[in-house]
Design a binder for this molecule. Sequence first.
Ligand code: CU
Length: 499
Amino acid sequence: MFGLNGPLRRRFALGVRTADQRHVACESLTDIRRRVVVRVGLIFWVVSAVAYLVGCGETVNQVAMDTPADVPLSIPELLEPTVDMAGVAYYDLKIGTSRHDYQQTTLTDTYSYNGMSVLGPTLRLKTGDSVVISVTNELDQITTTHWHGADVPAEDDGGPHSLIEPGTTWVADFDVIQPAATLWYHPHYHGSTAEHIYRGAAGMIIIEDDNPAAATLPATYGVDDIPVIIQDRDFTEESQLDFAIDAGGRGNQDRTLTVNGTINPFVEVPRGLVRLRLLNASQARTYNLGVEGAEMIKIASDGGYLASPVVLDETMIAPGDRAEIIIDVGESSAALVDDTFGRVLELRPNGSVSSAGPLPDKLATIDRISESEITVDRTFHFDKIGDGWGINGVLMDMNRIDETVRLGDTERWTITAETGRHVFHVHQTQFQVLSINGEPPQPEEAGWEDSIFVDPGREVVIASRFNSYADNDTPYMYHCHILDHEDLGMMRQFLVIDE
Ligand SMILES: [Cu+2]
């Protein structure tokens, strides 16, 4: 699909219409030709047919642009903290079972936080805050909760060593030392991460700061600043989640798209600038997202604001990735679209006008890591190992420390893959991309990242400053964020030590 530019793919999404979103989208080429010739003429038919042949290697429940979006987008509630005399903010999370209306024939059993029907409340933190987050496990099995993208001490990171036994509470305690960003939280119990997230346990974290360059951006949660948590799901005939692990190179790919747990949603927004906080919380699927009816302007990557806004035809988000985009909504609806699923989310003007804007020319100063700063080089190679997946020839071992990093060092990591598609994710640190296949990163990839797509055709070189926290005993993780691969062993552990 990468050979086709954005507008061509969007015509594909417009041209292929299915009568029922619960049925498969791959129609005969004759049907497509008839419909598209009538609509847009012969040139578009040729384009659509090519797009069809490339894109129809799989079947999904595609939402056509001319199918009404009739379900309001669910917006996860904001979790309000209790603040003590010293200004410390206390947040309470409880993970447990629930039931959610996925528009199937009956309610679906789910996992969630704080009694929501699915997913969890959004945590909104501010740079400089001291926070204490308690997580109580009301499931009947062990889990953990990890703060993905957060720069926190290893013992507060919520990785696979921070077990929460059923009926017990684990407490994370940290200062927010990083700039504004969209992060997320999710279980990270080794071997069960994919299933716990798939059943619905995940939520968004928004970090805000006093960056004056961002003061005119839309920032009213749920009004012009919208969380967009994208997940694919399959359902059994009994309307239950059809969880599966796929040991193949792409992991498990499902056929129905959900946004904040809603299928085929719309959201009412003001005219003017609207911010979408995109989070790919899927098990294994990568999305190529674009916008119909307006420009798509990317303002932030995993770790926060880009140097400047970037207008893009499409943005790829792999599992674990976040991207913040701005859409200037006009008099009629705009839509977030994906090249496989069609429309993801309709943005429907509600008659009000956003007070946000204008869009600033400059958002942040990205202090680029130079070659002269590098003190250590490492290489990581992703490959299949037997029935599992490993890094540098070994499967995950909870009792083995794979790397030891010295506090204060700046490291350059070169990442390659032998087979399959992977997403390199590292805990604690936000890195910079130095090169992809020897080329410097594009502006939209030149900010801070904690996850990056890797496959046999891409050599990715990143650099990271390890200058915040050290712990001689508790490791951080780095792993593939295709959750099938992670649970099957594609994870290793590093210590950051102060010596
Ligand atoms: Cu992988």
